[in-house]
Design a binder for this molecule. Structure first.
Ligand code: PMP
Length: 755
């Protein structure tokens, strides 16, 4: 057994010598006081303005090893300057350490800044402390990645990968305890250590023991310092989290402690599944190692045995408990704690029954053969059986399912701060400013909400408050939301059910498609106003879905839009453009559905695609309307406009811009529409739309429905819309390419041929 370092006595220097060394070599004039240490001689050196820590190393340690530790600390602080680790003070000669000789040999001497804080409270540790410590260790591990040194692979018994070398120490363990420790020791050596081969390796700090951690004196759960790089060696990086976790298991439920530590570590420095699975055994390996080394060392150095044996009873308790642990449960709880849990997969019929019973009958599922999903990526969805489906339908994952840029932005912000709009978080107003920059100049105020429904509901309240009128007018088969007010703008959902008397309808598909739709809409609006007035209401809001998505997909003419806007105002109402479907480039480079011929809505509402799946919406209006509303109503929505929403929304805009998706949507959508038209199939009556929103008018609903179902079975998802349900709705994520469009056309052609 290699044991020079651990067997050799601590160097024998006094405080006066330490103070002299600080002055001579580092120019620090101060008072030195002894600190605890296992194998080195440590001192604090208090100067007039700062405190330092001096370490006079054991001769057996070797100058090279200390040089490595010091340089590793310098490297880590360069990478992550806010890491709570000591800063290295270089000598007069610019060296990271100096040496002195004694009768024992040559000792390395280093000086670092003294870390603030006090020792953490004794075990059991608090979950918040475990998480904070794990985060610091994860950051340190990341910061040391890329660092190497000739001494990194030195021989050190505190290196967990050398556990086998401790076999002789078993002889020092007394009585029945020896069997308990030996059983785990032999299992770890035989079954666990061989599994370390091939894991990601780097310099491992390797010693997040309570004695090396400092916490805030007014909050013992805040880690202010991590010191002592004396055990740093090259090894699998998972050792750092395992060693950290090991010392959290004392006097508590070890499994809880492991989950708290590993999950927090994983957020800051993601681990692989194989690494996570190894953590419990590696944590145990550290405790077995610690128990064996300290038992042996206490026998050799009885004068220092209290310090050496401090952890031993706690370590032994955990080692003794280990065989009671259900290993599958440990693994599944750790993986779940890191967001990698495997959900229990029910049989399809059971899953359907549970959903029907718990989510209720109001929610229907799409397709005769339900799509049971597991993952998404760009324009692709993956079902639970691993089959890939081309998503030509979903607009919520606007820039593609799980776009990495949006995922990263959301994850980073969730991990940093999420709060509400009662606090000043600059990014929220900056995002609002960015949105305003994408709209006509008169629209300057953004009120954040959580969904398209809430946006339209708030828009209605604004219209009511500003015009004093409660009547609303929408199109014949529109959908604008699920709240009570918006249900009255959603004849599509109400079916033939009656509208409240304060809600009236314009013509839908027929009107917008008709030649001269501008004149026609003026008459229809006048009739709607009359119907409101007959029940004692005046119109306050006229709302349009600017791509007529539930009417059957129409790109309205400028004349139509202009007529709706001007007639609405002429009758005293505000004109609201609902861009929940059309907005954010869905209809191409004009970016908004209403954005034609200088149309200026009073209010624009947004939702669905805004956050690529993060639930968010917005009501954008003029400064005058916003202040009129504010003089009559309070507005606040708890989750709306959170920093996470701002991060998601900004990332979506970044992707739209940098990948030029709206422009590409014009091109790919045009290609798709012309290829479908070129099929020349007699059941295709018309192909229309804009950008990446396409409606294919079929001869009847039965054909449309059959096409949708057969395409789903062929692995392509599209939908159906229109009052008669006879329009195919093709509205894929914006990262849809020509190649994907060709795939849809190919499958559509095959489907039509099979009908
Ligand atoms: N407006 C339009 C035009 C919509 O299509 C929808 C949703 N389909 C909404 C509003 C409501 O949005 P949400 O479901 O996010 O509340």
């Amino acid at each position: 057994m290699q044991n020079d370092l651990l067997e050799s006595a601590r160097p024998d220097f006094d405080a006066e010598t330490a103070a002299r060394l600080a002055e001579i070599h580092f120019g620090v004039i101060g008072v030195a006081d002894g600190l605890a240490g296992e194998r080195d001689r440590n001192f604090s050196v208090t100067a007039a303005d700062r405190r330092y820590a001096m370490k006079i190393g054991n001769v057996a340690e070797g100058v090279e090893a200390v040089d490595m530790q010091i340089r590793a600390m310098e490297h880590a602080l360069k990478v992550d300057p806010h890491l709570p680790i000591p800063a290295v003070i270089r000598s007069h000669a610019g060296l990271p350490l100096v040496t002195i000789d004694s009768p024992q040999g040559t000792h390395p001497v280093s000086l670092v800044s003294f870390m603030p804080g006090v020792a953490p409270p004794p075990p059991p540790t608090a979950p918040a402390y475990r998480r904070r410590l794990a985060t610091v260790v994860a950051r340190l591990s990341q910061a040391m990645r890329g660092f190497d040194h000739p001494a990194a692979r030195r021989h050190l018994l505190w290196d967990v990968t050398r556990l086998e070398e401790l076999a002789p120490c078993l002889d020092y363990v007394a009585g029945a305890d020896r069997d308990v420790v030996a059983r785990q020791f032999h299992r770890l050596c035989a079954d666990v250590l061989p599994r370390l081969e091939g894991l990601p390796a780097q310099l491992v700090y390797g010693d997040a023991h309570a004695g090396n951690v400092l916490v805030d004196s007014s909050d013992p759960e805040l880690v202010t310092g991590l010191v002592d790089f004396g055990d740093a060696t090259w090894g699998p990086r998972v050792l750092d989290v395992a060693i950290t976790a090991a010392y959290q298991t004392f006097q508590t439920d070890p499994l809880d402690a492991l989950v708290h530590t590993v999950s927090a570590y994983h957020v800051a420095d993601p681990l692989t599944r194989a690494e996570i699975e190894l953590v419990p055994d590696l944590a145990l390996a550290r405790l077995v190692q610690s128990y064996l080394i300290t038992t042996w060392r206490a026998a050799i150095h009885p004068e220092n045995s209290d310090y050496i044996l401090d952890d031993n009873p706690d370590s032994f308790d955990v080692i003794a408990k280990y065989h009671e642990i259900d290993r599958d449960e440990v693994t599944s709880r750790l993986l779940a704690g890191c967001g990698m849990g495997q959900p229990h997969r029910r049989r399809l019929d059971e899953a359907l029954a549970l959903r029907a019973e718990r989510l209720g009958p109001a929610l229907t599922l799409s397709y005769e053969s339900p799509v049971r999903l597991h993952a998404g990526d760009g324009v692709w969805l993956e079902d639970v059986d691993g089959a890939r489906l081309l998503d030509a339908y979903n607009n919520v994952p606007h820039v593609g399912h799980c776009h990495p840029q949006v995922t990263a932005a959301i994850a980073a912000q969730v991990g940093r701060l999420t709060t509400n709009t009662r606090y000043l978080v600059d990014e929220v107003a900056e995002y609002a400013d960015r949105l305003v920059g994408l709209l006509p100049d008169h629209l300057t105020v953004v009120m954040f909400v959580n969904s398209g429904s809430e946006a339209n509901d708030v828009a209605y309240q604004i219209c009511k408050a500003v015009t004093g009128n409660a009547g609303l007018i929408t199109t014949e088969h529109a959908y604008h939301g699920t709240t009570f007010a918006t249900s009255q703008m959603s004849p599509e959902e109400l079916g033939t059910g009656p509208l409240e008397r304060w809600s009236a309808r314009l013509g839908g598909a027929e009107t917008v498609a008709a030649a001269g739709s501008g004149e026609r809409v003026a008459g229809e609006l006048a009739a709607a106003v009359e119907s409101l007035e007959s029940s004692g209401h005046r119109p306050g809001m006229v709302i349009l879905d600017s791509v007529f998505s539930s009417e059957g997909v129409f790109d309205p003419s400028p004349a139509y839009l202009a007529a709706v806007a001007s007639e609405a105002r002429r009758h005293g109402a505000l004109f609201v453009a609902d861009e929940v479907q059309a907005g954010f480039g869905r209809v191409g480079s004009r970016f908004w559905g209403f954005n034609k011929a200088g149309i200026r809505p009073d209010i624009v509402t947004m939702g669905k695609p805004m956050g690529n799946g993060h639930p968010m919406g917005a009501v954008v209006t003029t400064a005058a309307i916003a202040s009129e509303f504010a003089s009559k109503w309070h507005f606040f929505s708890t989750f709306a406009g959170s920093p996470v929403a701002a991060a998601a929304g900004s990332a979506v805009l970044d992707v739209l811009e940098t990948e030029r998706l709206p422009e590409r949507g014009d091109e790919v959508g045009g290609h798709l529409r012309s290829r479908i038209a070129e099929l020349g199939d007699s059941r295709v009556v018309a192909v229309r739309g804009a950008g990446l929103f396409t409606g294919v008018q079929m001869t009847d609903a039965a054909v449309a429905s059959e096409v949708v179902e057969r395409l789903r079975r062929a692995g392509v998802l599209i939908g159906r819309t229109g009052k008669a349900g006879d329009v195919l709705k093709i509205r894929p994520p914006m990262v849809f390419s020509r190649h994907h469009a060709d795939l849809v056309v190919e499958k559509l052609a095959e489907t039509l041929a099979s009908l």
